[in-house]
Write a protein that binds this ligand. Structure first.
Ligand code: R5P
Length: 309
């Protein structure tokens, strides 16, 4: 164990920072968090982080703006306490879907977040399956990307027998579907032709690729409203008639009602990671833990001689 390693847990995920700390055999740094009467956040960390290699774990799920500010304040507190090095561990990166302008006049949320988490505030960041693959060119600090797909595929392996096809619910998920197909040893793949109409609505015009008879495994990086997966399930039932449908996604953002809406479509199994703090999920939802992968990454980064980049 590296003696000056310190883990700071943000409030966005009550469980994961502690599980990472347990895996590493490190107690979480004490954090004090208060609100000013007007609602502004006031945080401080144990000044013992002075000289330490500090990892601030904060998922940027809803309410994303609150969690982002808290992450920035925790980082600032560590910097002012003279942490030797500061790494933001962000299991779910909010705003990642707004990686470009889709209409003239748009803001690009991901660029703003990447600027806020720039070299003046953190030394580097650890992300889990960020929505866009080109994050490296948007962030100005070195990044480590941890795979949530791999442990999810491990979880699914024993469950898939006979004829099976991996389904990308939109074009953006094709590369991910290919990685799942390789990890699961499945050759057949289908892609849903989807267009996003609004934040909550999608339209589907077809399904291309291999036929779907046995198990259809729909994979995506994230599920928010569930609209993308629901549209894929519907077209699979119309055109493919799979015997069973399994859904896998790294990030279960699950806005209000999403899980119930998906399970009402007779999805047999839904597998997500614990990048977000979902609680009280029904038995059909399996949550795969990321603590081990994140702890291994932190341990590797903390080794003497490992400098940012
Ligand atoms: C889109 O590009 C993403 O990969 C997901 O497919 C999408 O964000 C999921 O959102 P929702 O569950 O609201 O359809």
């Amino acid at each position: 164990m590296v003696s000056d390693l310190a883990i700071v847990g943000g409030s966005s995920h009550p469980g994961l920072p502690g599980r990472i700390g347990e895996t590493l055999g490190v107690d979480l740094v004490d954090v004090r968090s208060k609100r000013f009467p007007d609602g502004e956040l006031d945080v401080s960390v144990d000044p013992a982080v002075r000289g330490c290699d500090v990892y601030v774990v904060q998922s940027l799920g809803p309410p994303v703006n609150e969690h982002l500010i808290e992450l920035l304040l925790l980082g600032d507190a560590c910097r002012r306490a003279n942490a030797r090095r500061l790494t933001a561990v962000i299991p779910y990166l909010g705003y990642a879907r707004k990686d470009r302008r889709t209409s003239p006049g748009d803001a690009v949320g991901l660029a703003v977040v990447a600027d806020l988490l720039g070299p003046s505030r953190i030394d580097r960041a650890v992300l889990v399956d960020p929505h866009v693959t080109q994050v490296d060119s948007i962030f100005r600090v070195p990044l480590e990307v941890v795979s949530g797909m791999q442990p999810i595929a491990e979880e699914l392996k024993g469950d898939i027998a006979g004829e099976a096809v991996v389904v990308a619910p939109d074009l953006g998920a094709v590369a991910l579907a290919e990685r799942y197909a390789r990890a699961l040893g499945i050759e057949e793949m289908s892609v849903v032709r989807k267009t996003r109409v609004s934040g909550s609505d999608v339209s589907v015009t077809g399904l291309v690729g291999d036929s779907v008879g046995g198990s259809a495994i729909i994979v995506d990086d994230m599920i928010s409203t569930g609209g993308t997966i629901a549209a894929a399930v519907r077209i699979l039932r119309e055109q493919g008639s799979p015997e069973r449908i399994v859904v896998a996604a790294t990030h279960g953002v699950f806005v209000e009602g999403a899980v119930d809406a998906l399970l009402s479509l007779q999805i047999e199994r839904l597998v997500v990671s614990d990048s977000l703090p979902n609680t009280d999920l029904p038995a059909e939802v399996t949550v795969v833990g990321l603590a081990r992968s994140l702890a291994d990454t932190i341990l590797r980064l903390s080794q003497p001689g490992h400098s940012p980049g």
